[in-house]
Design a protein around this ligand. Structure first.
Ligand SMILES: Nc1ncnc2c1ncn2[C@@H]1O[C@H](COP(=O)(O)OP(=O)(O)OP(=O)(O)O)[C@@H](O)[C@H]1O
Ligand SMILES: O=P(O)(O)O[C@H]1[C@H](O)[C@H](O)[C@H](OP(=O)(O)O)[C@@H](OP(=O)(O)O)[C@@H]1O
Ligand SMILES: [Mg+2]
Ligand SMILES: [Mg+2]
Length: 376
């Protein structure tokens, strides 16, 4: 009885347990005290999953949040879902798998169906080919459809440092320095600014980041190969705020229309069946209102966004609310104490955008309402 009362968080309130299974570096950057305390105040306990102990020996969990790789972990997740059909897994390993290959990752973009916009914005992906072996690399026919410069990206995007090691190749003379399997993606001049669109369930936030500089015509005949890695990623403890934009001279870079990136985010979420991801967008300097999606990441560095605690906590409440409704736990107002009633997460709470640079889209609210408190 005491344990049940403890789970109910005293005064008959039901508490929820979200287990998180993350690599140490990710846990350190994402599970901050500020997130843990805000979630706790809304009736949610964030509990570390010990990745050295079988998942089946831990819990119980109402929801599992994870960013781990490998067949054994996928097996444990399948067993967890079979044993706990009412628990939410964020997100399904099968859906995440699609993002671990840079070809299947961007294929989802071709499945998007988004209405034409009167303002004329269009989207797509850069031209790219996959090269599985050295022989193909030297088979001119394989890559002659591409225009140099190209970016050579590892085919596998599995979160390893190796999967971020890239090379900018200006001419085919540079191809012999590459190690397949790789994707050769046309480098598109985009003014040195990349837009990262963070998605947390129905919530979307677009931020600007420093990107690779444009390549001049003269440079395009060089046999050089420029290696780089994660040029647009911030250090885990760095956040995106005005000082960052000033330091990186990104202040006056125009953001893409919020409704445009939100439509793409919604489309990607439906096609990929993922809740937690971001995607990188560049504006093609040749056309001005043509946007190219160049990368999609599962469970990115949300903590770099000021106010990420409220975004994630509101999302957790959405998930738990949805699970409770699905479980038939109708929330009877004032029916505290009855077995099926659920006091649930308190989802009221102000959730504010932070200035012009970051567009903020919360469910059902337009831009003009972004400063209002969010009751979801
Ligand atoms: N097709 C392209 N045209 C121009 N610049 C590009 C292109 N692809 C990548 N870049 C540049 O290279 C950087 C890294 O590319 P990408 O985002 O695909 O790598 P990543 O290792 O997956 O990065 P992340 O840290 O976002 O996961 C981008 O942020 C951008 O600056
Ligand atoms: O600047 P962002 O938040 O995009 O940086 C992310 C990056 O896009 C990838 O999602 C990284 O994950 P992997 O691709 O699995 O390496 C994130 O690293 P992580 O340690 O936070 O998961 C970056 O934060
Ligand atoms: Mg990227
Ligand atoms: Mg990436």
């Amino acid at each position: 009885m005491a344990e049940q009362e403890e789970r109910r968080g005293g005064e008959g309130k039901r508490r929820f347990r979200i287990g998180y299974a993350l690599a140490p570096k990710k846990q350190q950057s994402f599970i901050r005290d500020s997130l843990v305390s805000l979630a706790r105040s809304r009736g949610i306990d964030l509990i570390r999953v010990d990745t050295d102990t079988p998942l089946s020996e831990q819990g119980p969990f109402d929801c599992l949040l994870h960013k781990l790789y490998g067949d054994d972990w996928k097996r444990q997740l399948r067993e967890f879902s079979a044993a706990n059909p009412n628990a939410a897994v964020l997100d399904s390993p099968e859906a995440i798998e699609r993002l671990h290959n840079r070809i299947s990752m961007l294929q989802v973009v071709s499945e998007l169906r988004i209405e034409c916009r009167s303002s004329g914005e269009t989207f797509g992906i850069p031209k790219q080919i996959v090269i599985y072996d050295k022989e193909t690399l030297f088979d001119r026919q394989a890559w002659e459809t591409l225009k140099f410069p190209v970016i050579a990206k590892p085919l596998v995007a599995d979160g390893s440092a190796k999967s971020h090691k890239m090379a900018l190749v200006f001419s085919h003379d540079g191809l012999n320095k590459l190690k397949p399997p790789i994707v050769l993606q046309e480098f598109v001049n985009h003014g040195g600014v990349i837009f990262k669109v963070y998605v947390v369930g129905e919530r979307v936030r677009c931020v600007k980041r420093k990107s690779l500089p444009d390549v001049s015509e003269e440079k395009k005949v060089s046999d050089e190969v420029l290696s780089f890695s994660q040029v647009s990623n911030l250090a885990a403890n760095q956040t995106i705020d005005d000082s960052y934009y000033e330091m990186m001279h990104l202040g006056d870079a125009e953001m893409p229309p919020l409704s445009f990136v939100t439509d793409i985010a919604r489309g990607l979420r439906q096609v990929m069946k993922l809740n937690l991801f971001n995607f990188d967008v560049i504006r093609d300097s040749r056309y001005g209102n043509r946007y190219l999606i160049i990368d999609i990441n599962y469970f990115p560095g949300y903590a770099k966004m000021p106010g990420y605690e409220a975004v994630l906590t509101d999302f957790f409440c959405d998930v738990l609310n949805k699970k409770t409704e699905e479980d038939g736990g109708a929330i009877e107002e004032g029916a505290a104490g009855s077995e099926r009633s659920w006091q649930g997460c308190d989802v009221s709470g102000s959730f504010r955008g932070d200035g012009d640079q970051d567009n903020l889209q919360v469910p059902g609210l337009g831009m003009e309402e972004k400063e209002s408190s969010v009751q979801v």
